[in-house]
Design a protein around this ligand. Structure first.
Ligand SMILES: *Cc1c(COP(=O)(O)O)cnc(C)c1O
Length: 359
């Protein structure tokens, strides 16, 4: 039994999961349904886990509206492994366009350069990544274009996809399934689960099958997308438990009205926090308004001392995970799908009180 009261957890990742999901997972730890074997203990080749995998896949397909020409893969190695797996498969000495909107895009660019030329078509670096670029200088004939839909550290987000004429690849680690997307615009989307989709340990990759087929075949089988497509994510032992929890999150998301329903909720939630931040000069927000993320809200206080005090007092008041990323400092509240609006409202009340006492 849980005896400790749960905090309102604003951690950037691993992050809050829906209580209903945790409760259902707990029930199946010792015995998955009436199988008599716990969910973590089933063989990945047995019918029980095969059913879990099928449910995770169909949940994902339904939420994203994926047709048969799309593959759904459950990989390991984190989103960071996609930084090299994408160029290893698709760059092959050619050129790819990269849109640099922060730390994660920069890492992807650095790794791609080992396999060809990562052409930086636009970069927010000179402006300290406070804004999503509005223009880009794309190289024609690129193998693909890579962008990061939500910048977890800087708190910025693309409001719509960049318009490109090469296959679009997206790192959606921190906003996957937080809003509807038009998959027909994409060739491949990847997301580490631990922000918006489930526990750490699994990376969701959805990709067009013809794009996968175009990938290199002279690289280790584990690093070819086609291997995982042909073997339905069971070429080797997949991260079974993480996939199971992800399947529960997909079910939960469907009950929230799917991407359309959760997007409406996420907009409402973010507005509560941004309204508070905009209401007083005590708080400053480095991200430009037009580029603000609905997932990671970043702000500063008048001094680093006050920021430390804010984080410490917030923690005592039951709000955890608010310290900004070590690269940028300040405060960050990650308000992913599973963060209830009541959690944000509670934080805003705490903030107003903190400002009264310290402003
Ligand atoms: C967290 C994060 C990553 C890294 O994810 P890992 O699973 O830890 O490798 C990559 N991209 C973005 C946008 C992220 O937020």
């Amino acid at each position: 039994m849980v005896t400790t009261e749960r905090k309102v957890n604003f951690s950037a990742g691993p992050a809050v999961l829906p209580v209903e999901v945790l409760e259902e997972a707990r029930e199946n730890l010792l015995s998955l349904g009436n199988s008599g074997v716990g969910v973590m203990e089933h063989s990945h080749r047995g019918k029980e886990f095969v059913a879990v995998l099928a449910e995770a896949e169909s949940g994902c397909r339904e939420l994203l509206g994926l047709g048969d020409d799309w593959a759904v893969l459950f990989l390991s190695g984190g989103a960071s492994s996609q930084f090299f797996m994408v160029p290893m498969n698709f760059l092959a000495g050619g050129v790819a366009n990269y849109l640099d909107t922060g730390v994660w895009s920069s890492k992807a660019i650095k790794e791609a350069n080992a396999f060809g030329q990562a052409h930086v078509a636009a970069s927010g670096k000179a402006g300290k990544y406070a804004a999503i670029p509005t223009t880009a200088d794309y190289k024609p004939g690129a193998r693909y274009t890579h962008f990061t839909s939500n910048n977890t550290i800087y708190g910025t987000q693309w409001k719509s996809e960049p318009v490109v004429d090469s296959p679009l690849v997206c790192d959606a680690s921190s906003d996957m399934l937080s809003r509807p997307i038009d998959v027909s615009r994409y060739a491949l989307i990847y997301a580490g689960a631990q922000k918006n989709l489930g526990p750490a340990g699994v990376t969701l990759v959805v990709a067009r099958k013809d794009f996968i087929a175009s990938g290199a075949s002279n690289i280790p089988p584990m690093l070819q997308y086609r291997t995982h497509l042909e073997h339905e994510s069971c070429y080797n032992t997949p991260p079974c438990f993480a996939i199971y929890v992800m399947s529960l999150v997909f079910k939960w998301l469907k009950n929230q009205g799917g991407p359309v329903g959760i997007a409406r909720y996420n907009e409402k939630k973010a507005a509560v926090l941004y309204d508070c931040l905009d209401s007083s000069a005590f708080w400053t927000t480095p991200a430009e308004k037009a580029s603000r993320s609905l997932m990671n809200v970043v702000w500063r206080l008048p001094s680093e001392e006050l920021e430390a005090k804010f984080v410490s007092e917030a923690s005592k008041a039951g709000f955890s995970g608010l310290k900004g990323h070590r690269n940028v400092g300040g405060i960050r509240a990650s308000i992913y799908n599973a963060m209830p609006i009541e959690g944000v409202q509670g934080l805003v009340e705490f903030m107003k009180d903190f400002e009264r006492r310290n402003g």
